[in-house]
Write a protein that binds this ligand. Structure first.
Ligand code: PEP
Length: 251
């Protein structure tokens, strides 16, 4: 697994230009943590502005269309994201899967489009509470990996997996360290089956109500290579506390 932890903020449908003050403050703070890779995925409307305003943050999209261009009203392509300076895109977030009916095949097509456009891609997977209660969590997540991850030669270098239990997103509930350890081990095993030696390049992030209070405990878990952070990424104070917790120089 790459050594440098990766902390990514997903601003979802939050933020107007006024929010750029937080982005600049996050950028200044991230510059003091060279041992941590830090990204923000703002709404599409802020990507270009944010790219121009920051020095060290990697700016990304929260979704992209699988096609390069065409009659897809309201959609944005990976090529367009790349064109305005994005470095990555998140695909398969549970809110896209549940609210927009995206299947694993849709997610895979988007991930392939992103890679072809020259972006890195963060592929989200995670079980619902009912699936966990039924003892299906690992099977569900492994099936999502099988169906959502692009497999072309050499792509693993630009793929990150985010394990986000659906029941932990935006709820204040966090998976226990033991459950995270077990799931990340299962994901790593699946990545090895899919990518062979290339799997070593893939970080596995945890996401789901990560905050300043629980980040250090999560980052201490084997195979947790960072975090995908929603609510706590909206202010510099809370997001930088998570970045600080991930900094290996401060262990
Ligand atoms: C997310 O939406 O990816 C997420 C993890 O949200 P939150 O941190 O708010 O649970």
């Amino acid at each position: 697994m790459p050594n440098r932890p990766y902390i990514v903020g997903n601003w979802k449908m939050n933020g107007t230009r006024a929010q750029m003050a937080e982005a600049r403050a996050i950028d200044r703070g991230a510059a003091r943590h060279a041992g941590v890779r830090v990204g923000i995925a703002p709404p599409f409307t802020l990507i270009s502005t944010m790219v121009e305003a920051v020095q060290v943050l990697i700016v990304g999209g929260q979704d992209c269309h699988a096609r390069i261009s065409g009659a897809f009203t309201g959609d944005v392509s990976a090529v367009m994201l790349k064109d305005v300076g994005a470095g990555f895109v998140i695909v398969g977030h549970s809110e896209r899967r549940s609210m927009h009916g995206e299947s694993d095949a849709d997610v895979k097509a988007k991930a392939q489009a992103a890679l072809e456009a020259g972006l890195e891609v963060i592929v989200c997977v995670g079980e619902t509470e009912a699936q966990r209660d039924a003892g299906q969590a690992e099977a569900v997540v492994c099936a999502q990996l099988d169906g959502s991850l692009p497999r072309e030669e050499g792509v693993a270098q630009r793929v990150t997996v985010a394990y986000e239990p659906v029941w932990a997103i935006g709820t204040g509930r966090v998976a226990s360290p033991d459950d995270v350890r077990a799931m990340h081990a299962a994901i790593r095993a699946r990545l090895i089956a899919l990518y062979g030696d290339g799997a070593a390049a893939v970080r596995i992030l945890y996401g789901g109500s990560v905050n300043a209070g629980n980040a250090a405990e999560l980052f201490a878990v084997d195979e947790v290579g960072g975090a995908l952070v929603g609510g706590a990424s909206l202010t510099a104070d809370s997001f930088l506390s998570i970045v600080t917790a991930a900094d290996p120089a401060l262990d």
